[in-house]
Every structure is written in C-alpha cells, then in structure tokens.
Write a protein that binds this ligand. Sequence first.
Ligand SMILES: C[S@@+](CC[C@H](N)C(=O)[O-])C[C@H]1O[C@@H](n2cnc3c(N)ncnc32)[C@H](O)[C@@H]1O
Length: 225
Amino acid sequence: MYHNTMSMATGEDDLHWKNLYSATSGDLDLKRLEEAYKGWSETYDEDQVKMKFNGPHQAAQKLSSLMADKSKKILDVACGTGGVGKELHSQGYVNIDGVDLVQDMLTHAEQTGVYSRLEACDVIGQGISCPDGTYDAIVCVGAFNQGNITQAVFPELLRVAKKGCIILIVMREAFVYTCPDFKNGQLDTDILMRAQNGIWKYTLRETVPKFIGDLSGLLYAMEVQ
Ligand SMILES: C[S@@+](CC[C@H](N)C(=O)[O-])C[C@H]1O[C@@H](n2cnc3c(N)ncnc32)[C@H](O)[C@@H]1O
C-alpha cells in the first residue's frame, strides 16, 4: 500500500490513520471515508500537534504573501476541524468560509469562531451551494490524498472562483509520487494543461520543508484567468 513507508515518521501507525487508509485504499467509498473522519474528529487537533503538522500555518503565510487585502473572500476546502481557518484568521483574514464532507469535523471548525459560513458537502460529487464566481482565494490543505480530494475537484473550484482568484493547494509531497490518482505526473499534467488552455496562470510549485514532522509538502498556487 502506498502509505506504509511514511507511517513511522508521522505516527500514522495509530488507529485513526489505519481506518483512514483502509477507507481510501480501494475504490472511492465516501461512507467509509466519512466514518473514518467521524471517528477521528474528537482527537484530530491534538494528533496534528503531536505529528507536528505545519501545513495550515504554511498555507496561511503563503496566502498572506500573495493576497494582501485581508477582507477578501476565502474558501477553505476540506476544512476539517478548522486549523487552516484559525491560521488564516491569525494572518488577519476576516472573510472565511469552509466546506467539508464530515459534519463532526465541521462541528469543531464552528467552535473556532473564525468561519462566516460552513457547509457539509462532498465538494467533488455534489459541489458547493454558492453562486459562480464567489471567492477571491481558495485554499486546500492536507486533503489532496488518495480517496480524499483529487484533481477531480478542479471544475467545481473554478466554478466558485472569481477571475483573479488564487487557488492554493498544499499537500504531502510524497503523495504526488505514490498515490494512484496523482502518480506518473497526473496531477502536474492536469494543472499544466489548464494553464496552457488559459484557465489559470500557474504561479508556484514549491517544496515546503517540514510540512508534517520532517516530511516535505508541495505547494501549488494558480491564479484564475
Ligand atoms: C486530513 S483532513 C485535512 C483537514 C484540514 N484541511 C487540515 O489541514 O487540518 C482531510 C479532510 O478532507 C475532507 N474531505 C475528504 N474528501 C472530501 C470531499 N470529497 N469533499 C469534502 N471534504 C472532503 C475530510 O472530511 C477531512 O476533513
């Protein structure tokens, strides 16, 4: 299985990771994925601290360097318990919405008090209930992973993005090479093709050290045209 090589480094040998990986190792099964996150929601935040998950902070810092106006409207895709929203708020952003598949994760996100609107939905299969062209920035952190968020989400992100919207994705770097949905350059090719077709400008692709523990992340930024 694609994840095993990293488990010792991040504590992924624990029960919640096992449930998650078991839910995402075969064909996409949203019910199992939902159950896995539902069972994790209570301890998710403390586990992120233990695993030294720096992705939310790194994403918020990067957005701050790309989008100075703190009143702009941001969508946090797969917001989970709200770690990214908290970091965006610390950077001064005040207009943040979040969407996630799992209501139990959103219940924690709501408690952060930093989101204007939260919605439970499968962003790929159902989409988000908001008008076209709503957001100035869209962030997705730690959710590009097998059986979670994949490049299949791009049409919906582009629908809800305004012209000029910054789309920021931060994920574990190794997943680009190991996850069946991304490997052999599939994710990079999809992003590049959309850039070549004038859908977005491909602004950044950079490695982020210590995304989770000592493991690197990969950050993509695109600007919708
Ligand atoms: C590893 S967590 C990351 C949460 C948060 N972004 C963070 O940085 O802590 C992945 C999240 O993706 C959500 N997710 C996975 N597939 C989804 C989908 N199709 N639609 C919406 N959310 C999804 C899960 O419910 C989970 O909360």
